[in-house]
Each structure stands twice: as structure tokens, then as C-alpha cells.
Design a protein around this ligand. Structure first.
Ligand code: MG
Length: 261
């Protein structure tokens, strides 16, 4: 007798009147019962749709589908953190905090993103230590800070060092380069979601690579980062600008691009 080429599972549903018959093709035999060749079996697990769209990914610079937020030539994608012209100093392909004049923010709003940026703590910061040594920050949606700090040889509380989610998550390792050297952050950010009532539905999550090293691995953001007190999601919000912080240190940034996810 020929071996059947189907294996079936039978399940009885409510009221005894409705039956669901689920059948699964045996991947080792053809419909005629003939054994499939290995390449025919392999075909059964190939998925051909959807085809990913092409993105040019140059060795240097932004991918072709990125929004370039700063390429060293102008601050046209930025404004002051309270609106108006950004005060930061544009020089030699970088922009540098103009101390005590306020941070800057993107003119555009963002939700889920992949963000690349490069930053540099000033080399002339002798005598400064702790949180005063090359402090700035990348505030995702203007609320959730990935700390920027010279943490190369600078003791501070680890949940406030470079690449911490400020006062929420200590980085897995310290990948900081010496002050004066350019460093990279690559950030994958999933924005929080809120119900109509304003209640939190899904918290934000973030992954950070510092100089190519994984330092935050899909950690849950507990709310707006706070200097004093506990974080919380006390304000429902939608897409929002990225802020860069003025913390009274001449930190520089360059090569900033973002991909909306
Ligand atoms: Mg900071």
C-alpha cells in the first residue's frame, strides 16, 4: 500500500458541531508519493517575498535612505531648544556647544529611529571632573538622554557616565576614547506608545553602540530622564525632536544622520 503524503491533525471545537481539519504537507514526498530530491525539500523553506528595497551604504557617510541632520556645512536642520536660530559654533565641519547659550533641537519630529552621530569631548578640560567633564547629551524625543561625557579617565556614578541612559541604565562596558578624539554613537530607538487616555501602553526601548561596541542592549526606558527624582511617563507625547544638550562644556558633534524605522 502507498504511504499517504499528508499528515493531519484533527481538533474538535465548541458545541461538538464544528470541526477544524488542519492538514500539513509532508515535505519529504511529492504529491504522487515520490521522494523529493534534497533541492526540492530545500525549496519548501525558501521565502521570496517581500524583497528588501535597496539602500546604498557607503563606507563613509550616510545610507541613501537617511535624513542627514548635519554634514558639517550648516545648521539648517536645527533650531535653538526653545526655537529661534541655533547658537552653536560651526567650524571645520563640526558644530560645538556655545556654552551657556542653550541646547539645540531638530526642526523635524521623530518616532522610531536609527541615529548615527559623532561627538568629541574637548581636550582642554584639565581640572574638570565628574559630570563637569565634557558633558552633553542626546535627548531622544527631547526627553530620554543618552549621556555624552568624557568617561575615559573620569570617575562619576556609572549610571551617569558616557553612553548611560542617564540614571536608568549603566553601559555594559566603557568604550570611551580619550578627550579630543572623535567617538561614535549608533542608536536604535523605539518610541513609547500611549493610549488615548494618555496612559502608557508600551515603554520606549533603546540599543546603543559606542564606538561600535554594544553598550545598551534593547533596554527599557523608564520615563523621561531626571537629574533629581525617579523617571516617569507623566506626559503622553507623539513624535518629537532630537535635542543635543548644552551642559556648559564645549562638546562638538559631526556627521549626524537618522533613518526613520
Ligand atoms: Mg548630559
Amino acid at each position: 500500500m502507498q504511504k499517504p503524503n499528508l499528515t493531519c491533525s484533527l481538533s474538535t471545537l465548541i458545541l461538538g458541531s464544528l470541526l477544524t481539519l488542519g492538514c500539513q504537507a509532508d515535505t519529504t514526498e511529492s504529491p504522487t508519493g515520490k521522494a523529493l530530491e534534497p533541492w526540492q525539500q530545500a525549496q519548501k523553506t525558501e521565502v521570496w517575498e517581500p524583497v528588501p528595497r535597496k539602500v546604498e551604504a557607503p563606507a563613509d557617510g550616510a545610507p541613501s535612505d537617511a535624513i542627514v541632520l548635519f554634514d558639517g556645512t550648516d545648521l539648517s536642520e536645527w533650531e535653538g531648544e526653545s526655537g529661534g536660530e541655533p547658537t552653536w559654533i560651526l567650524d571645520e565641519g563640526a558644530m560645538t556647544v556655545a556654552r551657556k547659550t542653550g541646547g539645540i533641537r531638530t526642526k523635524r519630529d521623530f518616532c522610531d529611529i536609527q541615529l548615527h552621530l559623532e561627538w568629541r569631548a574637548p581636550s582642554d578640560i584639565e581640572g574638570m571632573d565628574g559630570q563637569n567633564r565634557g558633558n552633553s547629551g542626546v535627548f531622544l524625543q527631547g526627553r530620554y538622554e543618552v549621556q555624552v561625557l568624557d568617561s575615559y579617565n573620569n570617575k562619576t556614578y556609572p549610571n551617569g557616565q558616557a553612553a548611560s541612559i542617564y540614571k536608568q541604565h549603566i553601559p555594559l562596558v566603557n568604550a570611551t576614547r580619550p578627550p579630543g578624539d572623535w567617538q561614535t554613537y549608533d542608536i536604535i530607538y523605539q518610541a513609547p506608545e500611549f493610549a488615548e487616555s494618555g496612559a502608557l501602553q508600551t515603554p520606549a526601548y533603546v540599543t546603543v553602540l559606542h564606538n561600535g561596541v554594544l553598550v545598551q542592549n534593547h533596554v527599557e526606558i523608564q520615563g523621561a530622564t531626571e537629574w533629581i527624582g525617579e523617571p516617569s511617563y507623566d506626559e503622553a507625547h507623539g513624535c518629537a525632536p532630537i535635542h543635543l544638550q548644552d551642559h556648559d562644556a564645549a562638546v562638538s558633534f559631526r556627521n549626524i544622520w537618522v533613518r526613520e524605522l
